[in-house]
Design a protein around this ligand. Structure first.
Ligand SMILES: Nc1ncnc2c1ncn2[C@@H]1O[C@H](COP(=O)(O)OP(=O)(O)OP(=O)(O)O)[C@@H](O)[C@H]1O
Ligand SMILES: [Mg+2]
Length: 336
């Protein structure tokens, strides 16, 4: 049986039906991500699990026990929010020790646990500082330490990195994942950033309008989006109408829409012979944008617009206005 189980969860605020029949299971020790656009109900589901919000209908189980009606502090759940919620008048040490003091642990044990946890989050030397003396990323690491030091059964992270700049954010993603795996804490992580979800998760649950649109490993969702919405949210897919795609590339792809990731569109200066397994077409480059280590070219194929990624190294092979030839492996094209 799963460690956490949501069964037919509904949540209504007034006339706003926010969560609609959510069934979701989390295995012990996993990091599971709720991914989805603003307002789709991610935080509400977390708050229901933490007991900060009552479900309108449905049941929640944790570690074999129903907790739907259990008061928050008896659920054994730690939570970290988007904004740092440290106590400003307490040192780093006292912030992290807070939950342990509430549990009335012996002083020596508290000190030992706090020091160990600060070591894990890499902040040992900041132990006597105050929140205002720390950077945003450091504050958020203290918040994580404070949530984890009490060894909660479950850790809930609601966009804990959204206020942090890009580079530090990438480092913290890796760090949180490492600590989570090292301590084996079952974690639910909320984000609306697809890359963050890809880097961190064992499983991703893609939310759309109060329902789960698709669940899978990062790789499954990335390579096999089940719906048009999933393909717009992850993988930067080209999503032409199937009729348009088939007219230009052939291939008889079934369905209404076709999903093609830009990295599987292989550009070449020389004509490519299309076959049953390799679809080919001729087009013209209409623009490009650099994305770090790759360049995304926009190509017009007889009024069908698609993006194609070229590694930065090869970008000089192509310029705006150039005639190009594209090849796509048919078995990588998804009909939706
Ligand atoms: N306490 C509340 N009272 C009334 N409506 C609420 C309350 N909390 C959330 N909502 C509504 O529920 C819906 C879902 O909100 P929620 O915060 O769960 O979204 P979210 O997916 O976390 O979005 P974001 O990515 O912006 O944080 C929204 O329409 C919101 O206005
Ligand atoms: Mg939210």
């Amino acid at each position: 049986m799963s460690y956490i189980r949501f069964e037919k969860i509904n949540k209504v605020f007034g006339t706003n039906h926010v969560l609609k029949d959510i069934d979701l299971e989390v295995e012990q020790g996993q990091l599971v991500t709720l991914l989805g656009p603003s307002g789709c109900g991610k935080s509400t589901l977390l708050r229901c699990l933490a007991g900060l919000e009552q479900v309108t209908d449905g049941h929640i189980y944790l570690d074999g026990q129903e907790i739907t009606q259990v008061i928050p502090r008896r659920r054994g759940i730690g939570m970290v929010f988007q904004q740092y919620s440290l106590f400003p008048n307490m040192s780093v040490r006292d912030n992290v020790a807070y939950g342990l003091k509430l549990k009335k642990l012996p002083r020596a044990e508290i000190s030992q646990k706090v020091e160990r946890m600060l070591e894990i989050v890499g902040l040992s030397e900041k132990i006597h500082q105050y929140p205002a003396q720390l950077s945003g990323g450091q504050q958020q690491r203290v918040a994580l330490a404070r949530a984890m030091v009490t060894a909660p059964k479950v850790l809930l992270l609601d966009e804990p990195l959204s206020a942090i700049d890009a580079l530090l954010r990438k480092n913290l993603q890796i760090e949180i994942r490492r600590i989570q795996q090292q301590l084996g804490i079952t974690t639910i992580f909320v984000t609306h950033d697809q890359d963050e979800a890809m880097v961190m998760s064992d499983m991703i649950h893609l939310f759309h309008d109060g329902k789960i649109e698709q669940s899978g490993t990062p790789e499954q969702i990335y390579t096999h989006p089940a719906t048009r919405f999933a393909a717009t949210f992850i993988g930067n897919y080209n999503l032409p109408r199937a009729a348009d795609f088939n007219r230009v590339f052939g291939g008889n792809i079934p369905g209404e829409d076709v999903a093609v990731r830009p990295e599987i569109v292989i550009l070449s200066k020389r004509p490519v012979q299309g076959t049953e397994t390799l679809l080919a077409a001729e087009g013209r480059i209409t623009g490009h944008i650099s994305h770090g280590n790759l360049v995304r070219f926009s190509v017009d194929f007889d009024s069908l617009q698609m993006n194609a990624d070229v590694v930065f190294e090869n970008r000089m092979d192509f310029s705006d206005g150039d005639r190009v030839f594209a090849a796509i492996k048919r078995d990588l094209v998804i009909g939706l």
